[in-house]
Design a protein around this ligand. Structure first.
Ligand code: 0RA
Length: 641
């Protein structure tokens, strides 16, 4: 804030605008970061990391460190050029203060604007600043370390010069923020969630080392990612548990300022594992880049197959579905001015990008097939098999689905249905295991809550075609209970329960089953998720007892707060490992009673993430799975290459 000669702050029109902007963010955080839940909290980190990734994409930085500090502060450090601290013409304030306080100031200020901005998550770092109790920007550039402090987005003093830079010290920026506990429900960052996203960023920003350090635990946990191969490494990584048909194919090209990078590989899987990204942000609904890839893929394989006489003149060509079965692909485009269908950035619209991706893929793949005839033949044969199987499956499906699952009105035997038929009120709890299912049946309100216990692991949907999937009893029970059909035959009119709630234990097995179920719904019932009908129940992690007091805690932080509130009285803390440890009335109180429970609504983004996590957990080979679990269970330093 500027000062008048008496030292009091002077309010210019510009200041007032800034204060109003910050206030708007604090009043309606949902508009800027999508809410105040744990997801929004993680969003704060991504927003700051995106700025550092911009610097990397501009070729000015090769290392980004994210540090989860002991007091739930997060620090994001890069070795870029440092955010400029000199006076910014437009505002009369430093460029640093301008980006930190003005909405939408982003990376485009100061003339040195980037060609491509990854900061698509929203509004830039100023929104993070507004939602932080404290934010400190440390900037090393022009020979000095500079610092400015902000509280709830408002600068506390000018940019200060702290000290000269040391010989050999790199320039760069370090942003440390404390998310405001008055705004966020929870300020406990989840290491694994951040890790997954940072890994993805590292794949999509080739040559940058991305490090995540958790200083909240002793010893500290540290993981670091560096992928020389970019999206090619990404495909290799996704396929590390699968049998592959050939080496990864890769296409890379820059057209009219758009960078296209695509890698793909066929495997023995039956599903399509294609993920598309625009400026490092995943686009779960695809868009022009995905369409361009798919049309090139199908056309090039058909052309090759006809030329090589693997498909005769009088025979039908391969369909898009045939050429996608068992493929793993990453499509990454970096577009200067990305257009998305909506605020949530799930679908890319820039029309010209379709052609760019199509031609890059067609050229590279056409040539690759010519040069690798043996692999080319294996791919065509795989697609032909898929085509034949699809026809056979269509018959089987008509028989299996229509007769048993869809048209028959029989409900599964283990379903304990509710009384109401009103789907705006009714709920289905999908519960892991017969014993927890039994407790839930006793604890529920039978007027509107139905219970479906599932026994053990449901089928891994990746390893089977739809006809086989539908022969699985657990899945059949699910399909029958939900009432909307499956796959291409979804009819939301039949929806029996407005809320379908997955309730699993808070342990490794529970999270496997939740992941399997999310994957199943994502692949076969996407309208259920899109319509907002899928939820995850959140059982408590702890019961804190002191004298007559009994309080449940749903996070580590909440437990600590309850204990702190006891002011030193001896507390008994019970940790819940499974639903089975609660009796029926406890389960109702904590997890099923609409007045107290916490439900997470599943979004397409969550489900897509589960699907990707699933790849790692459930690949056909066991060793990668074991490795995944082990590296996550221990506190080892680990360099993924
Ligand atoms: C614009 C211009 C310049 C640096 C940056 C932005 C910049 C922004 C961020 C955000 C996080 N880390 C960053 N690092 C740099 C400076 C251009 C120059 O010095 O010539």
């Amino acid at each position: 804030m500027a000062k008048n000669p008496q030292g009091a702050a002077t309010y210019t029109a510009d200041n007032i605008q800034v204060l109003e902007g910050l206030e708007a963010v604090r009043r309606r955080p949902g508009m800027y970061i999508g809410g105040t839940d744990i997801k929004a909290l993680h969003h704060m980190v991504y927003e700051v990391v995106d700025n550092a990734v911009d610097e990397a994409m501009a070729g000015a930085c090769d290392r980004i460190e994210v540090i989860l500090e002991a007091d739930n502060a997060v620090s994001v450090q890069d070795n870029g050029r440092g955010i400029p601290v000199g006076t910014h013409e437009g505002t009369g304030r430093s460029a640093l203060e301008t980006v930190m306080t003005k909405l939408h100031a982003g990376g485009k200020f100061g003339g040195g604007g980037y060609k491509v901005s990854g900061g698509l998550h929203g509004v830039g770092v100023s929104a993070v600043n507004a939602l932080s109790r404290v934010l400190i920007a440390d900037i090393a550039r022009d020979g000095f370390l500079h610092r400015q402090r902000y509280e709830r987005g408002i600068p506390i003093g000018e940019v200060e010069t702290i000290r000269p830079m040391e010989p050999g010290e790199s320039s760069g920026s370090r942003i440390t923020f404390h998310a405001d506990g008055d705004i966020f429900d929870d300020t406990d960052y989840q290491f694994d969630v951040l890790l997954q996203r940072l890994r993805e960023m590292a794949f999509l920003t080739r040559g940058v080392t991305v490090v995540l350090i958790d200083e909240r635990v002793t010893p500290h946990r540290e993981r670091s990612f560096y992928f020389d191969g970019g999206v090619r490494s990404f495909v290799r990584y996704l396929n590390r548990g699968r049998q592959v048909v050939h080496a990864v194919v890769h296409a890379e090209r820059e057209l009219e300022g758009t960078q296209v990078e695509v890698a793909w590989q066929y495997t023995d899987s039956f599903v399509d594992n294609t993920y598309s990204f625009a400026n490092t942000i995943i686009t779960p609904d695809g868009g022009v880049h995905l369409t361009g890839f798919r049309s090139a893929l199908t056309r090039v394989i058909n052309d090759y197959a006809r030329k090589a006489n693997l498909i005769k003149e009088n025979e039908d060509g391969l369909s898009g579905d045939d050429t996608r079965e068992g493929i793993t692909a990453i499509i990454s485009v970096k577009v200067p001015d990305p257009q998305f269908e909506s605020q949530t950035k799930v679908k890319l619209l820039n029309a010209e990008v379709r052609g760019h991706v199509d031609s890059a893929v067609a050229d590279a793949f056409g040539q690759w097939l010519e040069e690798n005839p043996r692999d080319a033949r294996a791919i065509v044969e795989k697609c032909l098999t898929a085509s034949r199987a699809r026809q056979a499956a269509r018959h089987a499906r008509d028989l299996v689905i229509r007769k048993s699952a869809l048209e028959s009105s029989a409900l599964p035997g283990k379903l304990a249905d509710c009384a109401t038929r009103d789907s705006t009120k009714s709920e289905l709890y999908i519960v892991e295991g017969d014993s927890a299912g039994g407790t839930a049946k006793q604890g529920r309100d039978r007027h509107f809550q139905a219970i479906l216990p599932l026994r053990g692991k449901i089928l891994n949907v990746e390893k089977a075609r739809i006809d086989k999937i539908l022969r699985n009893n657990e899945i059949r029970a699910l399909v029958q209970a939900l009432g909307i059909g499956i796959g291409d035959d979804i009819d939301m009119e039949g929806l029996r329960y407005g809320r379908n709630i997955i309730m699993t234990d808070a342990d490794v097995d529970g999270s496997h089953i939740r992941t399997l179920l999310l994957t199943f719904f994502y692949r076969f019932m996407p309208p259920l998720i899109e319509g907002g009908h899928l939820y995850i129940a959140q059982p408590p992690l702890y019961l804190v007892k002191a004298g007559k007091l009994r309080e449940y805690a749903y996070s580590e932080a909440q437990k600590d707060a309850i204990v702190a509130g006891l002011g030193g009285r001896d507390a008994g803390i019970q940790r819940y490992k499974g639903l089975g440890e609660m009796n029926a009335s406890q389960l109702w109180d904590t997890t099923m009673d609409p007045a107290n429970r916490r439900l997470l609504k599943v979004t397409v983004e969550d489900a897509a993430l589960a699907d990707r996590t699933f790849e790692m957990l459930m690949g056909t080979e066991v060793p990668p799975r074991r490795r995944f679990i082990q590296t996550h269970a221990s506190a080892v330093r680990n360099l993924d290459v």
